[in-house]
Design a protein around this ligand. Structure first.
Ligand code: FAD
Length: 297
């Protein structure tokens, strides 16, 4: 049996794992996709202390390097369920059930979708939520970006260097992004800002994105649509535990413990004010330290 199983290998899970392993806990990390989590999809990080400007994949690489230097056990496997028997937590994956005394859930969030017809079908065929992964496919083309927060504007700045023209569509008058980003985007010659507008229809031709219709009656011919309209927690697999709020975020106390003793949660998966790297890293360390103290005392 493990002392601790961590679900998710983004910055919060990696941070928790490093603290746990360095305090001799028998720890396993389960990750369904790739080490680094969301970082692998971020173009540039400029506000993480100590590293200056760094690309998401570079920071992800550094984290994974440190993770491996600490010889932490991990498996690429999706967690499907958590059950509890006599205080022992059973972590269910497709291939195996793992037993552990403590759990840290660090499974992050996934991009919110517009919920329009053709959207699912055209993912990877014109529609994307990752400029870093897919931006190159639209070199010299006209595209749209939807959203008004930091992610949307940061990725617009990145994409503007690659594409011919960007329509930046926001449903409100004011952007919620930092002023510095808004000013930067306004200076870009190939970005046309369209506010107070919603995308109401996604049109396809031969299985590829052809154009989008706005509620103002405008039809924009674009070969790419990058969606940055927020995120929803990836917590569906936890439904039976009843530890999430109505928006799907996990509710924790000051120690990052859920209402179930021994089950902790950190990072973007929890209900909190700030969804940033530095907070996620700190929460991972906090939760692990609280567990270490419980085991040692
Ligand atoms: C476009 C964009 C730009 C950003 N820019 C910045 C920035 O400049 N500065 C900043 O501080 N923050 C930034 N952020 C926010 C920051 O990236 C997140 O707050 C942080 O990465 C969250 O880390 P996490 O470990 O909580 O989750 P994640 O990084 O999302 O990691 C969660 C991991 O859990 C895995 N997982 C999910 N479900 C399961 C399951 N059932 N079983 C196993 N594994 C599972 C996922 O595959 C993933 O690897 C940005 C976010 C985005 C989207």
């Amino acid at each position: 049996m493990y002392d601790l199983i961590i679900i998710g290998m983004g910055i919060s899970g990696i941070s928790a794992a490093i603290y746990a392993k360095r305090n001799n806990l028998n720890v396993l990390v389960l990750e369904k996709s790739a080490p680094g989590g969301l970082l692998n999809k971020i173009n540039i990080v400029s506000n993480y202390p100590g590293v200056g400007d760094i690309t998401g994949p570079e920071l992800s690489y550094e984290l994974f390097k440190q993770f491996n230097e600490n010889k932490i056990e991990y498996k690429i496997s999706e967690v499907l369920d958590i059950t509890i028997e006599n205080k022992i937590k059973k972590i269910v994956t497709k291939d195996k059930v793992y037993e552990t005394k403590y759990v840290i859930i660090a499974s992050g969030r996934i991009p919110r979708k517009l919920g329009l017809e053709n959207e699912e079908k055209l993912f990877g065929k014109g529609i994307s939520t990752c400029a870093l992964c897919d931006g190159n496919l639209y070199k010299g083309k006209d595209i749209a970006v939807v959203g008004g927060g930091n992610s949307s504007l940061e990725e617009t700045i990145y994409l503007a260097k690659l594409v011919n023209k960007i329509y930046l569509i926001h449903r409100k008058e004011q952007f919620t992004a930092d002023n510095k980003l808004v000013e930067e985007v306004k200076k870009l010659d190939n970005v046309k800002i369209i506010v107070n507008s919603k995308i109401v229809k996604i049109n396809e031709e031969n299985g590829m994105l052809k154009s989008i219709d706005l509620n103002t009656g405008l039809n924009l011919k674009v070969s790419g649509l990058f969606e940055y309209i927020g995120y929803i927690p990836a917590n569906n697999y936890l439904d039976k535990l009843d530890i999430t709020n109505e928006e799907g975020y996990i509710v924790v106390n000051d120690n990052y413990e859920t209402k179930i003793s021994g089950i902790y949660a950190v990072g973007d998966s929890i209900s909190k004010k700030h969804y940033q790297l530095v907070h996620a890293a700190s929460e991972g360390a906090e939760a692990a330290t609280n567990i270490i103290n419980k085991i040692k005392n």
